[in-house]
Design a protein around this ligand. Structure first.
Ligand code: ADP
Length: 490
């Protein structure tokens, strides 16, 4: 190819001429390019051009193929790394779902590292939340377990979904396996079941009181509160709230002692009034009789004055006992604790009771007071009072011809003193109550023998103030054994 310089005037004509020449010379392809004042001609055969084009095409194909291969390789590499990271995230999510909150090792500089660190934060947050919820649940369970109140939760279908041990014990059922049982099978008390039904049907917290058992009834205050869903409480209308009550909590609180104390207090007031009224009425009656003329009758007046004196003495005994009891109960009794020679104390108490015993034709004996138990720590005058009271009772409640025996034994750091008689005995049902103030098996008989009904209550307080206990074993018509224990002096 040779550049041909031409005049600018001939530019157009030359182009045509070149074409013509090219055709004449058998050149298949010719190119003419005209610059400002020059024209460049180049010519080559079509076959050469075709071959050139074919070469270019092949080269292009090869390059494309190589580029394609490199592209596929790079894509595979990149997507494989991506896939690995996604797989790791997937495994991590699966671990989270299974409750394993260990964080992923940090990865920097890739698009998924942000997602991984967000997931790590979520896991840490979830972990903290679940831990605090678990702690809260364990604490609540421990509190519920240790509560003395019986607590149960009943669902909307009246099935027990939870109950603590105290609740299971009240109904005498094992706490295991109770959950899921119908409430009617566990709580055999129609009043509570009725309260549960009312609570489930939308009523507010309900209260009641029940008594369980017949031989020794136990009293319980019952509270049944509906459990409502959060929405129901906050936003719901009344109708909605009713719909959203999905269970009820039952709380049983034992009030047996409270009711018993109430009864004791009522009885005490009634008894005191009664005990005071009897001698006062007698004193008033005989005084009026004397004033209305009996004074002139020296024979009768003496007798009436004696009656008045006896009733006054009874009143005085009663007030003394009441004062003593109230001082003991208020903890205001001055106790002078010393080492007491128990054998000597028992001996002296028996000697002072001997006169009254022989008057009623009763034998009185001390049996089996071992030497090594002779010393206890206590207030001698108060312990004498306990002995006097037990001996008086034994003498009063044992028919003529009977016998009274005093014994003492040592048992696990305590001395147990026993006053046994062959008297009228005490019915089983009364045995737990005779230590209450004014409780008497036969009130008329007790009054007749000058009793105040306070002796055993005082004895019980004194013994307990010494760290001991007092109790009775008795069979009607056979006799009674009163025992009291005192800690042995060190
Ligand atoms: P009281 O002044 O009536 O004797 P206590 O408190 O000493 O009062 O005794 C309470 C009741 O216990 C008596 O009224 C009596 O019914 C019964 N009791 C006490 N000791 C005996 C006994 N040894 N034998 C039978 N009953 C007894």
């Amino acid at each position: 190819m040779k550049p041909v310089r031409v005049n600018p005037v001939w530019k157009l004509g030359l182009a045509y001429l070149v074409l013509l020449l090219g055709a004449l010379a058998g050149v298949d392809f010719c190119v003419a390019r005209i610059f400002h004042d020059n024209a460049i001609l180049s010519a080559m055969p079509f076959t050469q051009i075709d071959q050139g084009l074919a070469n270019v095409g092949r080269t292009l194909l090869e390059i494309s193929f190589v580029v394609l291969l490199i592209g596929i390789g790079v894509t595979l590499l990149v997507s494989r790394r991506h896939l690995n990271r996604v797989q790791r995230l997937e495994d991590f999510c699966r671990r989270l779902a299974a409750g394993d909150f260990r964080p992923l090792p940090p990865e920097h500089g890739n698009e998924l590292s942000d997602l991984a660190s967000i997931l790590n934060e979520t896991a840490a947050h979830l972990n903290a939340t679940i831990r605090s919820l678990t702690e809260e649940r364990n604490r609540s369970a421990a509190i519920l377990r240790s509560m003395v109140e019986g607590i149960a939760v009943v669902d909307a279908r009246e099935r027990v979904t939870f109950c603590n041990q105290a609740f299971a014990k009240i109904w005498d059922v094992g706490s295991v396996g109770i959950e899921g049982k119908p409430a009617i099978e566990v709580i055999r008390q129609t009043h509570i079941l009725e309260l549960i039904r009312q609570a489930l049907s939308g009523e507010e917290t309900l209260h009641g009181e029940i008594s369980l058992g017949t031989a020794q009834p136990r009293n319980f205050s019952v509270t049944v509160a509906p459990i409502r869903s959060f929405n129901g409480v906050v936003t719901g209308s009344e109708a909605q709230q009713k719909k959203e009550t999905f269970g009820a909590v039952v709380v049983l609180h034992e009030i047996t002692d409270l009711r018993r104390l109430e009864q004791v207090r009522k009885d005490f007031v009634a008894n005191v009034s009664h005990e005071l009224r009897t001698p006062l009425t007698a004193i008033q009656g005989f005084a009026e009789t004397l004033l209305s003329g009996a004074l002139e009758d020296p024979q009768n007046s003496r007798h009436f004055v004696e009656i008045i004196r006896n009733h006054a003495a009874r009143l005085s005994r009663l007030t003394d006992d009441l004062l003593k009891l109230s001082r003991i109960e208020a903890g205001k009794l001055d106790m002078d604790f010393q080492t007491v020679d128990l054998r000597a104390l028992i001996g002296a108490a028996v000697e002072s009771a001997r006169g009254a015993a022989s008057q009623r034709h009763l034998s009185l004996a001390i049996a089996d007071v071992a030497r090594n138990i002779s010393r206890v720590l206590g207030d001698a005058s108060l312990l004498r009072e306990v002995m006097r009271n037990l001996l008086d009772n034994a003498i009063q409640y044992t028919p003529a011809g009977g016998s009274i025996n005093i014994s003492a034994t040592k048992k696990e750091g305590f001395v147990v003193i026993t006053v046994a008689d062959t008297g009228i005995g005490i019915p089983q049902a009364d045995q737990v109550r005779i230590f209450e103030r004014f409780y008497r098996v036969d009130a008329a008989r007790s009054r007749e023998v000058g009793g105040t009904g306070l002796g055993l209550a005082i004895a019980k307080h004194i013994v307990e103030a010494h760290g001991g206990q007092i109790w009775v074993e008795s069979t009607v018509a056979e006799g009674s054994q009163f025992h009291f224990s005192l800690p042995v002096a060190a």
